[in-house]
Design a protein around this ligand. Structure first.
Ligand code: C5J
Length: 252
């Protein structure tokens, strides 16, 4: 749990970091599309979106919607490596979780009453094999153990697809002096893309890591990457985890 004292320490530490002059070491360049991405390491955070059991494991929300959740699992070890690199270099790792209060007061009926006829068996709030679907505190709502947050890392609970809507994310980023966001997680065209677009409109410079994001629909992932970096990075850049980890190491 993050308390006020932790928050104050976090702000003081990040303001001290921001005093450091910009050098090649703290502004590595990542090989990216549509063109190279300058990464100010003192102002950059990794955002890991919704790597929850409800999306990745059988019996959760993703499966209840009729999806093959096995399509998401190959990114897990790659994302774990990227998170380790950010932690090694002392850069913030921020996690998000999609979910709702047990009384569903933050889940509009318009969101709950979705799903393909004949495919969707369980709805948000229904009891499933991992507890109530997409509800705070239930086993399915938890981040998968392989990518669990470390003590002190920021975890943002969000009721929507975007990570800024109805959450403290923007305040937390401002406190840390963050201007650049590196995005990972699931699913590419839903919560990841929605969050990137929210971030872009709020003035953040955004980079999406291609092999650390996944969709239940491979073709949706492909077109989302294209949409994001089209028109000279209209929403943001994309890169591979290898190129990002290499740039971070070069700049250290
Ligand atoms: C979805 C998400 N797909 N995390 N949520 O409903 O992308």
């Amino acid at each position: 749990m993050h308390n006020k004292m932790d928050h104050a320490i976090e702000i003081t530490a990040s303001l001290k970091r921001l005093d450091e002059p910009t050098t090649k070491a703290n502004m590595p360049t990542v090989s990216a599309q549509p063109f190279p991405f300058d990464l100010p390491r003192l102002r950059t955070a990794l955002v890991v979106i919704d790597m929850q059991r409800d999306f990745v494991e059988p019996g959760g929300f993703g499966a209840a919607l009729g999806n093959n959740v096995g399509l998401l699992t190959p990114i897990i070890p790659i994302l774990a490596q990227l998170m380790a690199a950010f932690r090694f270099h002392g850069l913030p790792v921020i996690h998000t979780r999609e979910g709702h209060k047990p009384d569903l007061s933050d889940c509009p009926p318009a969101k709950r009453n979705r799903g393909e006829a004949g495919k969707s068996v369980l709805k948000i709030g229904d009891q499933g094999p991992m507890g109530r679907i997409l509800i705070h505190g239930e086993p399915g709502h938890q981040i998968i153990p392989e990518l669990a947050p470390l003590p002190g890392e920021i975890v943002i609970d969000k009721p929507g697809k975007g990570s800024f809507y109805n959450t403290p994310l923007q305040d937390r980023l401002s406190s840390l002096g963050i201007t650049h966001l590196v995005f990972t997680g699931v699913t590419t065209e839903v919560c990841v893309q929605t969050t990137m677009r929210e971030a872009n409109d709020r003035g953040y410079t955004c980079l999406l890591v291609e092999d650390c994001t996944e969709s239940y629909f491979p073709e949706f992932k492909k077109v989302t990457l294209n949409m994001i970096r089209a028109q000279g990075a209209i929403v943001g850049w994309t890169c591979t985890s290898h190129d990002l980890i290499t740039a971070l190491a070069e700049g250290s």
